[in-house]
Design a protein around this ligand. Sequence first.
Ligand SMILES: *Cc1c(COP(=O)(O)O)cnc(C)c1O
Length: 241
Amino acid sequence: MMERLLSDKQRIELVKDNCKRISEEVAEAAIKSGRKPEDVRLMAVTKTVEPVFINAAFECGINLMGENRVQEFLGKRDELNLDGVEKHLIGHLQKNKVRSIVGEVDMIESVDSVSLAQEISKRSAAKGIVTDVLLEVNVGNEESKFGFSFEEVEQAMYEISELEAVRVRGLMSIPPICDDIALTRKNFAKMYKLYVDISSKIFNNINILSMGMSGDYVEAILEGANLVRVGSKMFGNRIYR
Ligand SMILES: *Cc1c(COP(=O)(O)O)cnc(C)c1O
């Protein structure tokens, strides 16, 4: 709605205001949860957003971006000012796209099967690199969502940790959307417990818990997230073409 009424220039200003405000909220929530502001990272989720607005977020100090689709990322990255910006893939990844994305992003957050991890490892090894990944957890056991079930995660973690060219860095989750914030917090807390549990086992590289989006990033941080992924609250509602 709003986007249609604004000029590009106005929208750039709006994105910058949003970034500033959200960064402040993230810092406040970090402190409230007993951590330092720099312990929690804010990601700009850039699907459907044009480069000019994404660059506005970078100008504002956002140094982490997440894209859902390989093609969309590769298509617009030449127009992005990516100096000092870390790039993550956060959408479901098909095996036949692995080859084109490995080495182009710093992390793949959406590893949702052991066979996908095997493919990432194989393609990374072929390029002589190791790819950082997160395991996606379907904490609400929703039919419509990708990810390991809560029960499967640990076993998958053992199997994936054996692979030569991936390094598991933590967990990512998209809890069910619900109006009841208490329920949302319960899912975040459940994820945090799993994260602590898993990182206390033999997995010593694990230090990322990616959860919380536009509607609930403050609650996610209060429950222990250290990476929140924010799209529409930063850039305005998405227009899918
Ligand atoms: C789109 C998306 C987000 C951001 O969603 P908003 O509600 O717009 O903040 C976060 N994570 C993933 C995996 C997404 O696909």
